[in-house]
Design a protein around this ligand. Structure first.
Ligand SMILES: Cc1cc2nc3c(=O)[nH]c(=O)nc-3n(C[C@H](O)[C@H](O)[C@H](O)COP(=O)(O)O)c2cc1C
Length: 185
């Protein structure tokens, strides 16, 4: 696919099903993700790829998270947490790993992981798959990090749900760039 068209026309989908990218395609997707801009080359990003029975494991983790963190009033939504991972056949968990002693602020390292996330979405689109970046309560907190077995310096910045779009293709109007760009000459 033409690179600029891919950038302009990429869209997310919440209606995802098989097929998913094969191992070779996934390797390309990770290569794209790992080319994100990275101040001082700290390599701040890693990923957990979840599919098959891994989705059951993730579902149990989400339920444990909900039991620990939801208020009494929200406890009715535990079933919702149980079902969440099954919204796609594959999930890529986005993890930002903070290196504290190299003078690069944590926000910059997280932004690098965010760039990796966008590259994953773009690579999926280019390969004619689709994805959706989701966060909700299951990101940016120590509780989900420890349930996932992450190290103390690691933060979940979201989950990319991956598959093939089975919903309607979104028709998005292109924004008028001049509404968002100030030009100084
Ligand atoms: C950091 C981040 C977190 C997001 N979290 C959610 C989320 O939890 N749930 C959701 O429905 N959309 C979430 N979105 C939005 C979708 O990923 C998607 O961008 C949005 O539906 C617009 O679709 P588009 O990418 O096709 O423009 C998030 C986006 C970003 C950048």
């Amino acid at each position: 696919m033409d690179a600029i068209r891919n950038l302009i026309e990429r869209s997310s989908s919440g209606h995802l099903d098989a097929p998913i990218p094969n191992r070779e395609e996934l390797d390309k997707i990770y290569q794209a993700a790992l080319r994100a801009p990275d101040h001082k080359g700290l390599k701040p990003s890693r990923f957990i790829e979840v599919s098959g029975e891994g989705l059951d494991k993730l579902s149990n983790i989400f339920v444990n998270f909900a039991k620990k963190n939801l208020t009494e009033a929200d406890k009715g939504t535990i079933e919702k947490y149980r079902k969440m991972p099954y919204r796609a056949p594959l999930i890529i968990i986005l993890i930002s790993c903070y290196t504290a002693d190299r003078g690069v602020p944590e926000i910059e390292q997280m932004m690098s992981t965010a760039c990796s996330a966008q590259s994953i979405l773009l690579a999926l689109n280019a390969l004619e798959y689709s994805g959706m970046w989701r966060t909700g309560k299951l990101s940016f907190n120590q509780s989900i990090s420890s349930l996932l077995g992450l190290r103390n310096n690691e933060t979940v910045i979201g989950y990319i749900y991956v598959g093939t779009n089975i919903g309607p293709k979104k028709q998005k109007d292109l924004p008028n760039s001049s509404d968002f760009v100030e030009i100084w000459t």
